[in-house]
Design a protein around this ligand. Structure first.
Ligand SMILES: O=C(O)c1cc(=O)[nH]c(=O)n1[C@@H]1O[C@H](COP(=O)(O)O)[C@@H](O)[C@H]1O
Length: 278
């Protein structure tokens, strides 16, 4: 299997650096005229996936809004992943997992082993148990040509005191995550590694070196107030690695499939200029 980084680079060349979020919020179900039930979830999530998969580099379903409905909701997530795959879009399942190594292996198999019903091309993970605890995710991803996105500088306002705290080694927590990813990607072939960082479009500014040699998943555009100009200012030369993620801003254009696709294309066009950075 071609590594995730190479597959993502090819998809971004075609569609631009946009990952559309599939976040079936209760408020969005209502806005689309759908009930807050499994049937409503299914129509929303599959409708969004079918409309957006052909026009974006990647889709990122937010597991939380599927888990709200228990196993029936998770079954809808499985169908979303399969539908996106059939349409040719890469999938990043947003589950922010992380645990001791042996349990992390279980999560890695659930989301990255192509034989699993929940298999995606990549997932989001949390480094709270230490970057070393994430090794099963990195190994499983390598074995299957998949990718991993590790939270580094998240978009929420509560994050800085925690993620910018200085470790015993004298670097920030976020800096140690970014360094770890740089090391992993250094051993990868091709222009883009498969191990990415999550860095919000809302963080204002950072002194960290954001060039990890792999993709930078950048949420916070649109509904959380981040703009393309913010992304360019925050990321500078690392803007070429950005895969911006937007959920509510695009999904509000639905349920009309043509309107959804047009909204995604408009965001992707705005983002295209980021790739001109040398
Ligand atoms: O990992 C993420 O995608 C993520 C990290 C982060 O720092 N901030 C963040 O908003 N997200 C996710 O990105 C999506 C943002 O949705 P919108 O604000 O509607 O575009 C949600 O699914 C969040 O859970």
């Amino acid at each position: 299997m071609t590594p995730f980084g190479a597959r993502l680079a090819a998809a971004v060349d075609v569609h631009g650096p946009l990952c559309a979020g599939v976040d079936p919020h209760p408020a969005l179900l209502e806005a689309w005229g759908l009930p807050d039930t499994v049937a409503g979830l299914e129509r929303f999530a599959l409708g969004a996936t079918e409309a957006l998969a052909p026009v974006v580099a990647a889709l990122k379903p937010q597991s939380a809004f599927f888990e709200r409905f228990g196993s029936a909701g998770v079954a809808v997530l499985e169908r979303v992943l399969a539908t996106a795959r059939e349409a040719g879009a890469l999938t990043v399942v947003d589950v922010k997992r992380g645990d001791i190594g042996s349990t992390a292996q279980g999560y890695a198999e659930a989301y990255l082993d192509p034989g699993s019903p929940l298999a995606a091309d990549a997932l989001t993970v949390s480094p709270y148990l230490g970057t070393g605890s994430l090794q099963p995710f990195f190994d499983t991803a390598r074995a299957h040509g998949a990718g991993v996105f590790v939270l580094a500088l998240t978009s929420n306002p509560e994050a800085p005191p925690f993620q910018q705290a200085v470790t015993a080694a004298g670097q920030t927590v976020a800096g140690s995550v970014l360094d770890h990813l740089r090391g992993l990607n250094a051993g990868e072939e091709g222009p883009l590694g498969s191990f990415g960082a999550v860095v919000g479009a809302t963080i204002g500014r950072t002194e960290e070196d954001l060039d990890v040699g792999g993709p930078l998943l950048v949420p916070g555009l649109g509904a959380q107030g981040g703009t393309v100009a913010d992304v360019r200012r925050i990321f500078g030369p690392a803007s070429r690695l950005v895969l911006a993620s937007s959920s509510r801003e695009i999904l509000r254009a639905g349920p009309d499939p043509a309107a959804l696709a047009a909204a995604a294309r408009a965001v992707a066009e705005d983002l295209a200029a980021l790739r001109d950075v040398a």
